[in-house]
Write a protein that binds this ligand. Sequence first.
Ligand code: ATP
Ligand code: MEV
Length: 413
Amino acid sequence: MLTAVDNLFTVSVSAPGKVILHGEHSVVYGKTAIAVSLGLRSSIVIKEVNTPHEPAVHIHLPCVDLQETIPLEPTVKSLFHPKLAPGITGKFSWRLPHKIDHDYHLRRVEEYLHLIKPNFDSLPNNQKNSLRSFLYVFSGIFGSTYLPVKSMDISMGSELTIGAGTGSSASFAVCLAGALIQLLKLKSSSGNFDAYYDQSSQDFTDTEKEIISEWAFNCEKIMHGTPSGIDNATCTFGNLVSFKKGAKPRHLDIRMELRVLLVDSRVSRETRTLVVRVAALRQRNTAAVDHIMEACEHVAHTATQVLEKLSSGKCDPDTEADYQHLSELWDMNHCLLSALGVSHPSLEVIRAAAKSKGLACKLTGAGGGGYAMILIPPSTPRSTIDSLSGQLLQNGFRVTETRLGGPGVSIEM
Ligand SMILES: Nc1ncnc2c1ncn2[C@@H]1O[C@H](COP(=O)(O)OP(=O)(O)OP(=O)(O)O)[C@@H](O)[C@H]1O
Ligand SMILES: C[C@@](O)(CCO)CC(=O)[O-]
């Protein structure tokens, strides 16, 4: 939504979650992975407001049970004008998030949070990470412009389960960066500030999406330490993305919607911890772990070919065989991930239930709990899906039947 009352703007942006079809963990080590957006989304509303009090940003993040008021003037003084990374000359711009001195900017954010919230260290990790990310992106984007910053109310919701492998952190960061950039566009085109925007554009351009994805990648570094970048790319661009670290994400033109049961194991975990656990395993068993990663990449490549064939719709008689092939790949991928130590007894219970109905199941995302996904080939009888869902619900899991795919970051009308 783009509205202005007395030059006070309101923007509203949404972004999807994601599931990784193949290549979680191995993607961190430079292997190809494929991921797809979810119908479940996060959304943000930023509203500029007039206030008789000290100018401030009011943040409302119900998903992490956080309500915070951040004073604006000290924020501007302490965090604006981010520096370029060492060795890079020129001037930092919000259009160059990959050139920010990330560690230095994050250190300033950390010090500032301790200053305005003396109890910062005692907050739960999820609240700390959300606050760090917010201040980092807000000061990174607005701190490199000369636009006057006004008091604002920021409110953010999500249909995603937090910390369950469906990209809630990337979806959150993409929404945040998208909304701040949209606000900046509106403000700069309403005054005489650096106006270069096409006001008629109702959505983000591809270049803007790339900038949004890079800001979100920086947030993922705050949350995860060493993210691959697949989550922010998928939540920004939507649909099916083939991703390899260091290369431009490839958007696969797959015109089919995969039907899945998304099963929430209700075991919460942190992506950062699991990535560190795999790194430790690799340190002790480098060659073995590298071979597993390589096998994961072969699975990702083959699955891409099968999906492309299925999507072309040319070989109808083969459809059933192609789904069987995909199922086999899902099973193999899960077992490879289990060998990396990132399964969980609850995920194995879900897999056994799916297997008893002849359906393939794999964990998605970092594992250690979070979500499993069960592939539903078109020929699966309704009664099979209903009885499996019933059984999983009875075991205390949450089950969502959904189709994968859909738009990336969007400006809400
Ligand atoms: N709607 C939201 N509001 C505020 N913070 C959020 C929101 N969604 C996600 N976050 C932040 O993202 C963190 C979750 O990140 P984490 O990577 O552990 O989970 P995930 O992104 O759901 O999983 P994965 O990265 O494996 O897909 C939360 O701790 C919180 O800081
Ligand atoms: C485990 C991991 O591969 C997937 C998280 O969704 C980590 C990453 O890619 O950053």
